[in-house]
Design a protein around this ligand. Structure first.
Ligand SMILES: [Zn+2]
Length: 272
C-alpha cells in the first residue's frame, strides 16, 4: 500500500513538473481522462463517459485561457480573438447543457427545478463573454491608435516636411518624463473631476506585436477636437510637453483618434 502511494505521488510530481503551465483544474481533468481511457480500453467504462470527460477538459482549458486573458493586463489582437472564441465555446456548451436538461424534463425523467443550475451556469457564461468582448474592444481600439502612429511615422520618414492632415504635431522642448505625466494627470482630474482616460501607458503587448517602441510615451483616448482634448492640447503647449494629436487612424477612417504625449514612437531595429 505504501509503495502504491509513493508511486502515485511520483506520478503526480512528474506530470506537474512536465506541465507546469497547466492550472490545477486542467491537470485534474487530464489525469481523470487518462484513467478513464484505460478503463474504456479494458471495457469496464462506457465510451460516452470518456467523451464527456474530454469535453470537460476542453472547457477547463478555455476557462484557464479566459482567466489569463480577461484579467491579464497584456493582450495582442490575436489573443483578443482567441479569448472571444474561448468564451463563445463556453457559452455554447452551457446552452447545450440547458437544452439537454429541458429535454430530460420534457421526457419526464427530471423535474423542472433541475434546469435551474444549468440556467445559472449559462448566465454566468454570458457575463464572461460580455467581459471578454469589452476587453477585446479596448485592445482593438489600442491597436487602431498604434496603427495611426505607425502610419504617421512611415509618412514622416518619406516626406518629413509635409503637413499631415490626420495628426497635429507639437515638439515642445522635446522632453517627456513620467514625473511630468503625474502633473498632467493631476491637473486634468482637477479640471474635469474624473481621471485622464489613459489607453496606453508606455509599451503594451499591442505595440510590441507591431514592432513599435512606445516606451516612455502615453496615449490618451480623447479626440483632439472635443472640449477635453482642446484643453489638454493647450495645457501641453503651455508646459512645452511634446504631443501628437490624431484625428483618425488613417485618412478616411473614423477610428484611432487619440492624443499621444511624448516624442513619436520609433520602429524597433531588427537584428539590434
Ligand atoms: Zn502613442
Amino acid at each position: 500500500m505504501r509503495s502504491l502511494t509513493a508511486f502515485l505521488l511520483f506520478v503526480c510530481a512528474t506530470s506537474a513538473f512536465a506541465q507546469a503551465e497547466d492550472p490545477p483544474e486542467v491537470l485534474r481533468a487530464k489525469a481523470g481522462i487518462e484513467k478513464l481511457r484505460s478503463l474504456v480500453e479494458a471495457g469496464v467504462a462506457p465510451r460516452a463517459q470518456l467523451d464527456a470527460a474530454e469535453a470537460g477538459l476542453a472547457d477547463a482549458q478555455d476557462a484557464a485561457l479566459l482567466r489569463r486573458m480577461v484579467y491579464g493586463t497584456e493582450l495582442t489582437e490575436d489573443q483578443a480573438d482567441e479569448m472571444i472564441a474561448a468564451a463563445t465555446r463556453r457559452l455554447e456548451r452551457r446552452k447545450k447543457a440547458v437544452a439537454d436538461a429541458r429535454e430530460r424534463v420534457d421526457s419526464g425523467v427530471a423535474s423542472l427545478l433541475s434546469v435551474t443550475p444549468f440556467l445559472e451556469e449559462q448566465d454566468s457564461a454570458k457575463k464572461e463573454l460580455d467581459l471578454a468582448e469589452s476587453r477585446a474592444r479596448v485592445t482593438r481600439q489600442l491597436a487602431e491608435m498604434a496603427r495611426s502612429e505607425e502610419a504617421l511615422e512611415a509618412r514622416l520618414n518619406h516626406e518629413p516636411s509635409t503637413n499631415h492632415e490626420f495628426a497635429d504635431r507639437y515638439d515642445g522642448d522635446g522632453v517627456f518624463t513620467m514625473a511630468t505625466f503625474a502633473h498632467v494627470e493631476l491637473d486634468f482630474e482637477k479640471e474635469f473631476g474624473k481621471p485622464l482616460p489613459v489607453s496606453a501607458m508606455g509599451e503594451t503587448a499591442v505595440h510590441r506585436s507591431l514592432g513599435f517602441d512606445h516606451r516612455g510615451r502615453v496615449d490618451v483616448a480623447i479626440h483632439p477636437d472635443q472640449a477635453e482634448g482642446r484643453w489638454l492640447l493647450e495645457y501641453l503647449v503651455d508646459k512645452h510637453i511634446p504631443y501628437f494629436a490624431f484625428r483618425q487612424a488613417v485618412p478616411g477612417k473614423a477610428t484611432g483618434a487619440h492624443i499621444h504625449i511624448g516624442p513619436l514612437s520609433t520602429r524597433y531595429k531588427l537584428g539590434g
